[in-house]
Ligand binder design. Structure first.
Ligand SMILES: [Zn+2]
Length: 445
């Protein structure tokens, strides 16, 4: 009995040791592989590519790593490092890959990342990413020569690019305006309508800028001439208690969140915060446009038999009983006619918005393609809906005083690439001829 139980105690101990020792060895030796990960997808490398790679190893830490590019059995070193000792569990390295400097040709290649840890087993991991090397910088040629601009107006640049690009357009006054392909072939010709800042001056930056899929960038500056030193008007609009209280009540009824304040506070909120929010919404609606020209090439219709009440760019400060009720720039032209007069579509296009739009009231926005939009505000009724195609001159609704309007009128805006511009130019057949049509004739067909 004792022998038997003694034997079994020894065998149990042996059994424990048989299981535990390899377990201990297994525990002391580290088998887990280190890891390497890139911070972005990498499929194409241009003249200069910056990418970060993070190496991790949770147990002994990173021993060394090596990044190379392999092309036709040749290996080109990008980066490598031997770490001085154990304990670096994570290391991020910013790689700057410049294929030409490394002697790599354009074409297929493999980016190889290898890493080893400090385990006596020297566990390793390697990552192999097939990439395309493309160091051909796009070449931009500006086809338009005359860029005679008005402050707050529109300008058209036509340019060609010798290779396919991901991003193309004009940088102007700190904003980027998208270009649209006008014709293909060996070189792609682009048109780009862009807004000229209201405070344009000779040092304003205007340049075509393109970038291909590999991140190769090119640009060419646009020579321009400022036609008029236009001064925008400064206006003080005195408003009476009826208008202030009436508008406050009207908006409070539509939006309960506005309640609980004094009428003048609500009025100031409408004229400042809500106005900015509404302008940002319009800008966002007008940031996506049809890539084709949808308007027919003729001048935009100015609603007939109307008187101009307020101009584009007027800086208006509202005053009420000596109080400043907020200042804003008028981003359209106000046209007054008889009550509920018919409003025609200024040109052909697609209705992208027909709904209430805060201070603008019932609003219709038409996309004329390639970033050009027209907006019709304060309508009493709308006879079109979003998605509908409209022809130049077709009735889209009736004038009214919805939104932040003092009386029945049409507020008409033109928006280019998300920026409000002076509509006057687009009403002028001469301006269209000199600044648009004649330039579009430069496009090879
Ligand atoms: Zn207006």
């Amino acid at each position: 009995m004792t022998n038997k139980s003694g034997l079994s105690a020894v065998s149990i101990l042996l059994l424990i040791l048989i299981i535990a020792i390899p377990g201990l060895i297994y525990y002391l030796l580290e088998w887990e592989k280190p890891q390497a990960a890139l911070d972005a997808d990498l499929t194409i490398i241009g003249q200069k590519k910056e990418v970060a790679v993070t190496f991790t190893d949770a147990r002994s830490g990173i021993r060394d790593f090596k990044v190379t590019i392999v092309q036709n059995q040749s290996e080109f070193g990008v980066a490598s490092m031997d770490l001085p000792g154990k304990g670096t569990f994570e290391k991020t390295v910013n790689l700057q890959i410049e294929p030409k400097k490394l002697g790599i040709n354009d074409g297929q290649a493999v980016l190889k990342i290898e890493v080893r840890d400090f385990s006596p087993l020297k566990n390793s991991a390697s990552l192999e990413l097939p990439v395309v090397i493309d160091t051909v910088v796009p070449r931009v040629s500006l086809l338009t020569r005359a860029h005679n601009v008005n402050p707050g107006g529109t300008c058209l640049a036509v340019y060609s690019v010798n290779k396919k690009v991901e991003k193309s357009g004009v940088e102007c006054g700190g904003r980027f305006f998208q270009g649209y392909p006008a014709s293909g072939g060996a070189a792609t010709v682009y048109v780009c309508y862009f807004a000229v800042p209201r405070d344009v001056n000779r040092s304003t930056l205007m340049a075509v800028s393109v970038e291909d899929a590999a991140g190769n960038r090119a640009g060419v500056s646009i020579p321009f001439y400022i036609r008029t030193a236009h001064k925008f008007r400064d206006d003080t609009v005195s408003v009476g208690p009826e208008f202030v209280k009436g508008k406050a009540a009207q908006f409070e009824q539509a939006d309960s969140r506005l309640g609980g304040r004094l009428p003048e506070e609500t009025f100031r909120h409408l004229n400042t915060t809500l106005r900015e929010e509404n302008n940002a919404k319009i800008s966002s609606i007008c940031s996506v446009s049809d890539s084709k020209q949808l308007w027919d090439g003729s001048s935009f219709i100015r609603m007939p038999n109307t008187a101009t009440m307020a101009l584009f760019g007027d800086r208006r400060t509202y005053r009420y009983q000596g109080m400043d009720m907020g200042a804003s720039v008028h981003l359209g032209i106000d046209l007054a006619s008889t009550r509920a007069d018919f409003v025609p579509a200024a040109n052909s296009g697609i209705v992208v918005y027909a709904d209430d739009l805060g201070i603008y009231g019932n609003t219709v926005i038409i996309d004329h393609g390639q970033g050009i939009f027209t907006l019709y505000a304060h309508l009493s009724s709308m006879t079109v809906s979003a998605g509908q195609q409209v022809m130049r001159g077709v009735v889209i609704g009736n004038t009214g005083s919805t939104g932040f309007a003092g009386g029945d009128h049409l507020h008409f805006s033109v928006i280019v690439g998300g920026e409000f511009v002076n509509p006057i130019e687009w009403w002028d057949a001469h301006w269209i001829r000199d600044n648009v049509t004649s330039k579009l004739e430069l496009i090879p067909m």
